[in-house]
Design a protein around this ligand. Sequence first.
Ligand SMILES: O=C([O-])CC(=O)C(=O)O
Length: 166
Amino acid sequence: MDSLATADVCDSNAASVVNGDLRVLHSIFQAYGQKGSFSGPIVTLKVFEDNVLVRALLETKGDGRVLVVDGGGSRRCALLGGNLVQLALSNGWAGVVVNGCIRDVDEINGCAIGVRALGSNPLKSNKKGVGERNCPIYIAGHWIRDGEWLYADNDGIIVSKSELSL
Ligand SMILES: O=C([O-])CC(=O)C(=O)O
């Protein structure tokens, strides 16, 4: 499924783009990690400048899912770093998308996983454990719900109500 091209999906599913079953996220993300394309069922998480729940989720088995973190778009600190990405990789997460910042960019770029984020910031986040998981999140111009499917490649990111086939 990683070979599915987002441009081809958009071309062949124009009606779904119009009715919202398929959402093309606004082009606000930078690509990190060695996997230019990744896909999987979405786990949603909403936090703000606090990554305790990001770690808690990445400590669980990913089973090929994609963690999508709404960090409120904050660029004031990092919600994900090299250690958490190593954890994601070893627990079988397909990728992590962050509406916020990451750090340890060089380390993450050496990892065989896909990461998307707004940018980087060397400052760590708060560690209070505040946030909500598996809730609807609104990022990059669209609502995203837990259990929907995400497809990312070097052209962008699309979210689908259900799994797409080639
Ligand atoms: O723990 C953090 O705040 C994030 C981090 O630096 C890492 O994952 O290596």
